[in-house]
Structures are given as C-alpha cells and as structure tokens.
Design a protein around this ligand. Structure first.
Ligand code: ZZB
Length: 258
C-alpha cells in the first residue's frame, strides 16, 4: 500500500504526555505521523486518532525532527530512506496512546488548522503508523467514532472541547452530497464505532463513491474530480514539506522484471 505520511506538528502536549516526556525532547520539532490513503480529504481534518493501548515511540528522523509512530512504522521508514542512516532507528522516548489524548497538533492543509488527539477503539498497531488523521466528512469510521466521543465524553475520558469541530464538507458526490460519510452511516443505520462489520461496508462504498464520482469543494483543486486532485494534493503537501511517501511492505510483491 502506498500511503501518504502526514506530519502533524505538536503544538501543545496533554498534561500526561508533558510529564512523561519531561526533558526528553529538548529543542526538537515533534510530529505525530498519520498514514492516509486519501490525501485529497486533508482539508476536512477535525482531529487525530490514536489507540489508547498502543505503544508509540519517538524516533529521531534527523538532527531536529522527531516522528511519533509505532516502532514497526519507524523501521519501515528507516528502510525507505525517510530517516538516516538507512535501516537504523533511534528511539528517544516512548508513551502509551492514552497519554497522547488531549495533545494539540497542526493539521496540514486543513480548514481547521489546529486539532486534538482523541482515542479510537479500532486503531490497528499493525497498519500504517498507528496514528490516524480524522476526516469525518469522508470516513465512516471517523464519523462513527467522533459521534461516540461526543455522546460520552466522560466515558472516553476526553474534554468535549477536543471533539468540538464538526465535519467539514470537502468533497461532493452525486449520491451522498457534501458529507458522504455521515450520509452512508445514516443509510446503513450504523450506531457506533463498535459496528465494525457495517463500517467495513460503509468504508468500501465511501472509497468508491469518493474516488469515481467525487468533486473537490475546497482547496487548490476546487472543482476538479477527486481522481485528478488526489495525486495533485499529495504532491502539493510533499512539496510543502508537510508529508512524505510511506509504503507498507505487507503485500509488497518484488518485481521480477528488474
Ligand atoms: C484519512 C482518511 C480520510 C482515510 C477518508 C479514509 C477516508 P484501509 O483502506 O483499510 O487500508 N487508517 C490508517 N492507519 C490505520 C490504523 N493503524 N488503524 C485503523 N485505521 C487506520 O484504511 C486506510 C485508511 O484507514 C487510512 O486513510 C486511515 O484513514 C485509516 F475520507 O486517512 B484514512 C472511505 C475512507 N475514507
């Protein structure tokens, strides 16, 4: 899988992260790195998700920059030349996802440029970077989770203000309108992030609808079909130093032609 690694710079640590990390990251620029397959939706980011039970490492990418992700992702990045020396990782600290909740980060290209880290039940430690940027307008999983968090902030141990940004219309589709994911979630009668089977179906529908029939409503490529805008937004983010290519080795088939 060819993901886009989106650099979400830390603006303010949660209290728990601040105490856990005291003195370990002096003078560094720290980024939570989210892996996405839909760079064209980045305008609609409303928050960032982590798994509360996942262990996240802080990896030195160069002299000044530190990436927060799973160790597995950091190793992949090191083999892909994202950090040097190639194939070697340097871990400066580690933390449980639960402690990252409430941290404020930058959301590159987003209409709401500052968002909070929130908990999601279904983040897999074995996929991407273990950090997910949330676009509830176009991702059914994100919309269902954000809805859960807003209904039960105490249960999820969050400040309601961290989940205050509403889904932002960024892509329109003929069948579902300007908020594709909420429309599909409603149609399939999905109640919460626990409805994993229906959410897998909803994701499938949202991917197809967005890719084949979506049109950009905002940003540099407003009015263009998603099929064209996808690569253009990605390139624009990478050029701006806000993102990079990240490949997942699983399912990677070595070419026999070389
Ligand atoms: C932003 C976004 C916006 C995403 C959207 C999707 C959609 P897939 O297809 O199953 O490979 N993701 C990334 N890493 C993880 C993880 N470790 N655990 C759980 N979810 C993860 O899923 C790739 C997508 O799943 C990624 O793209 C990311 O969410 C999330 F509008 O990034 B995406 C219809 C989907 N729309």
């Amino acid at each position: 899988q060819e993901y886009t690694g989106v650099k979400m710079e830390v603006l303010k640590w949660s209290d728990a992260a601040s105490s856990a990390l005291a003195g370990k990251l002096e003078g560094k620029n720290v980024y939570l790195v989210a892996a996405t397959l839909r760079p064209e939706t980045m305008y609609g980011q409303t928050n960032c998700f982590v798994g509360t039970a996942i262990n996240y490492g802080f990896f030195a990418i160069n002299e000044t920059d530190v990436f927060v992700c799973t160790e597995r992702a950091a190793r992949n990045m090191a083999f892909q030349g994202t950090s040097l020396p190639r194939g070697k990782i340097t871990q400066l600290a580690e933390i449980d996802g639960s402690k990252l909740v409430g941290t404020k980060v930058k959301a590159p290209f987003a209409i709401h440029p500052e968002v909070y880290v929130l908990p999601m039940d279904n983040v897999l430690a074995t996929k991407g970077t273990g950090v997910v940027t949330s676009v509830p307008s176009d991702s059914p999983d994100d919309f269902a989770t954000l809805t859960d968090l807003r209904k039960k902030p105490e249960f999820y141990k969050i400040d309601p203000q961290w989940a205050a940004i509403d889904p932002v219309p960024v892509i329109t589709t003929p069948t579902y309108g300007d908020l594709t994911a909420p429309a599909i979630v409603k149609k399939l009668k999905i109640q919460s992030q626990k409805d994993v089977k229906q959410l897998a179906e909803a994701k499938e529908i949202a991917y197809k609808e967005g890719f084949y029939s979506g049109t950009m409503l905002v940003g540099e490529f407003k009015g263009q079909p998603v099929q064209e805008a996808k690569a253009l937004v990605r390139a624009s983010m990478i050029d701006a130093g806000l993102a990079f290519a990240y490949a997942e080795p699983e399912g990677f088939v070595m070419s026999r032609s070389g």
